[in-house]
Design a binder for this molecule. Structure first.
Ligand SMILES: Cc1ncc(COP(=O)(O)O)c(C=O)c1O
Length: 178
């Protein structure tokens, strides 16, 4: 199940490439939790949300949808690109997987094309790391040089202001830093 109003690239892979591989998608207005509950099917395995959504900036109540997902045994995934971990902490609200395009606010200067995935548990992280390694989706040396100093700043800033872990993880390693 996927938020109705997701980033176009997400919509495109779901409705073309992944569909060819047999993945079925139910699009739902996740800003209305009752609709999420109603749309769960027997074969639903995961809930993927984006909030605020792109382009309509709809807001999903993350706690409410995590509660629904847990009751139905669904994996929870969120694209947290717009808010960044400074403003929205999905892992703390119970999400399993958080995706960021670091090209936007995390990169901050329109000079980086990068993305990262943070997982709540190590087992899922290792599975994703295997896929990343198999596909070769890594930052090249120029991207690493741009990302590494900002990564340090981000981890340091979170550490001192929140006194806890960095949900952004590491832009460079793509792993969660505690
Ligand atoms: C919410 C969201 N997620 C992901 C992406 C994809 O980002 P990238 O350009 O880093 O592939 C975008 C791009 O606009 C976006 O708005």
């Amino acid at each position: 199940m996927v938020s109705q109003d997701v980033y176009g690239g997400t919509y495109r892979v779901l409705t073309t490439l992944f569909r060819r591989w047999g993945l079925e998608v139910t699009f739902v207005d996740s800003s209305v939790p009752e609709q999420v509950e109603k749309a769960v099917r027997r074969n639903t395995r995961a809930l993927y949300v984006e909030t605020p959504s792109n382009p309509l900036l709809k807001i999903t109540d993350l706690k409410a949808v995590v509660e629904i997902a847990r009751r139905h045994g669904l994996l929870t995934i969120i694209d947290n690109t717009f808010m960044t971990p400074y403003l929205q902490r999905p892992l703390a609200l119970g999400f399993d997987i958080v995706i960021h395009s670091a090209t936007k606010f995390l990169g901050g200067h329109s000079d980086l094309i990068a993305g990262l995935v943070v997982t709540a548990d190590e087992k899922t992280g290792k599975k994703l790391k295997f896929i990343q390694n198999a596909f070769g989706a890594i930052l090249g040396p120029p991207g690493l040089l741009v990302a590494a100093p900002r990564d340090e700043n981000l981890s340091g800033a979170r550490g001192s202001s929140a006194g806890g872990s960095s949900e952004a993880g590491s832009l460079v390693e793509g792993t969660k830093r505690d």
